[in-house]
Design a protein around this ligand. Sequence first.
Ligand SMILES: Cc1cc2nc3c(=O)[nH]c(=O)nc-3n(C[C@H](O)[C@H](O)[C@H](O)COP(=O)(O)OP(=O)(O)OC[C@H]3O[C@@H](n4cnc5c(N)ncnc54)[C@H](O)[C@@H]3O)c2cc1C
Ligand code: FES
Length: 283
Amino acid sequence: MARTAERPAVAGTSLVPLVHRIAWRRRETSDVVTIALEAVGESLAPFRAGQFHMLTAFGVGEVAISVSGTPGAPGPVEHTIRDVGAVSHALSHLPAGGVVGARGPFGTSWGVAGLEEEDVVVIAGGIGLAPLRGAVHQLSKRRGPGRLTVLVGARTPDQLVFADDVRRWRELGADVRLTVDAATPDWGGEVGLVTALLPGASFDPARTVGLLCGPEVMMRFAAADLADLGVDSSCIRVSLERNMQCGAGICGHCQLGPLLLCRDGPVVTYGGTVAALMGQVER
Ligand SMILES: Cc1cc2nc3c(=O)[nH]c(=O)nc-3n(C[C@H](O)[C@H](O)[C@H](O)COP(=O)(O)OP(=O)(O)OC[C@H]3O[C@@H](n4cnc5c(N)ncnc54)[C@H](O)[C@@H]3O)c2cc1C
Ligand code: FES
């Protein structure tokens, strides 16, 4: 079993943004947009699911945004952005044809290439499904015996993203379960925390890998619940977000204990140092 997240080399990754054009944009929710980028000149190196790019809104600033597309898929590279501040606002309001900068890819990946036999439990909170989307696409096409469970939580039904993908993953055999914190009159699904979906999911803890992305408090509780169900903490991977500046292991802004999260993360193995740094759940 591939028990640890992959760790790539960052040497040679450019610090200079490459110019990209927005080929198309799609609104996902009231404050979330997916933009698809195509290179104007030189292309970015291939990415793995879970890695991120540093995207520049020219004249505004640069932020870390995970790739939400599928590795190896033809066409422009997708990023899904929540409008929370100056840069994400500028990026998510550029029209198709608009120009941005992009450099990377940076960081570790979900490491799905090694997961043929394992059961995989994906747990996402809100826009946390974006960095996992490419991994779920890849996992849903596996031919091995491993089962795929995808648990997604959002604040309200209109905050759920990627409805078409959810349909497709279900058609491909994945067990996809959705829940919301607060229902609306037209919502017929589950209401409650995403971790409340775990008992209904079918997986063998002894051969399960957990992939978690969302608010850190959600990942802490989800990781603790998976561990309580018997999943080894070395088989639980979480994606951690910190302030990224260089993206290339140079500036130290993204430091978390002994880790530089742009280089050693964002996907890290839960347990040990990481669990302690995230603050373990007392039971
Ligand atoms: C590895 C990595 C991958 C990321 N991937 C994505 C992604 O795929 N899509 C995406 O939208 N963002 C992603 N982010 C988060 C993004 O980089 C930050 O939200 C960034 O700070 C936005 O910059 P800004 O200038 O728009 O807002 P800022 O001015 O930096 O922030 C504005 C306000 O929003 C708050 N804030 C910042 N980030 C968030 C957040 N994520 N949720 C809620 N409030 C927040 C800040 O505390 C601040 O109060 C990622 C971050 C990292 C480190
Ligand atoms: S962002 Fe500069 S070292 Fe990680």
